[in-house]
Each structure stands twice: as C-alpha cells, then as structure tokens.
Unconditional design. Structure first.
Length: 183
C-alpha cells in the first residue's frame, strides 16, 4: 500500500471529498475487521465494530494532524472501540442445554452484590478525593472513552503530558483507595 497515495486520500477526505474517504474505507476495512475479530472473537460484533470505527474516523478526521499516520490512528480507534465494546457487552453464554446442564456455575450471592456495590462506592469516593485535574483526566479516559489525542485537544496539553497525568492519577487513586480499605 503506497503511503503517499494514502496521505493524498486522507487530505482529500479532510477537505470534504467523500469518494476519497470511501477509498480509504475500502483499503483499510480488511485490516480493521481483522483487528476487531482478534479482539472480540466474534465476527458479527467485529463487523458492527468495523462500521463504528469508520463512522468515528469520518467524524474525527479533521483532528488528524499528520495524514501519513492515518493507519496507526485508525488502528488506535479500532482497539479503543473494541476494548469499550468488550467491557460493556454482557458475557456470552453457551446455548446448548447439554453444556448448561453439565456446568456447576456458582450463582451470585447477595454478598457478591453487596461487595460489588461497595467497590463502586469506594471508587466514587476515591475519585471525589482526587485533585480536580486527576479526576477529570481519569474520567475522560476511562469513563468517557476519550483517546489520548482527544484528551490532548481537550486539556490543551501534549500527548506525553496526558500519558504522564494518567499514570500519576492512577497512582494517586490507588493510594486513596488503599486508605479506604478496612484494616
């Protein structure tokens, strides 16, 4: 795949040429789908995710500052959306009655539900105790699903600074949460 040609297509698509974006989709769709299948292990979900990736890429194409990095940028979008989808989807269950009957799965007890609720409460308290910048950084990345590039634009900071802030905020949150744990 000729990088120069891809760069030209990206620039044309950024200028509003939908045909150029269509060519980019045709060129990169197999790679995006392959990455999605490897991440999700489900061809149907991977096909849906592939569409979502290109919709998001189309919407955010104006934010791509270096058109020659389109392939890597697209892969990051694919991986981020795959992670989000995998985390948010319900667990898959076997539909074969023979398999279901042969498994001894422990049922969630009221204690399990209580512990899960307590962990969520501790996380909320921990986030509230952080400095505002740490809290906003963690919320943007983990709860709003923003990419490093989007966060860089939002916080008017270089990507390296955003990475450092995430690292520091995670350490501070871990310290706060450890103080909330009963002795």
């Amino acid at each position: 795949m000729d990088t120069w040609e891809t760069t030209d297509l990206v620039r044309a698509a950024q200028a509003g040429n939908r045909d150029a974006f269509g060519l980019l989709v045709r060129r990169f769709e197999p790679g995006v789908f392959g990455t999605a299948v490897r991440r999700l292990r489900n061809r149907t979900e991977a096909a849906e995710l592939t569409q979502d990736v290109f919709v998001q890429a189309f919407r955010k194409l104006g934010q791509l500052r270096e058109p020659q990095r389109f392939a890597g940028w697209l892969k990051r979008i694919t991986i981020r959306l795959a992670i989000n989808r995998a985390v948010r989807r319900p667990p898959e269950f076997a539909h074969d009655p023979a398999l279901l009957g042969s498994r001894n799965c422990p049922k969630a007890t009221p204690l399990d539900a209580l512990l899960t609720g307590e962990r969520a409460d501790q996380l909320r308290v921990g986030l509230r105790r952080l400095r505002e910048l740490d809290r906003k950084t963690l919320l943007a990345f983990y709860f709003e699903g923003q990419s490093l590039v989007e966060m860089s634009d939002r916080f008017s900071s270089p990507i390296g600074t955003i990475k450092r802030r995430l690292h520091t905020a995670r350490i501070r949150l871990r310290e706060v949460l450890s103080q909330l744990q009963p002795a």
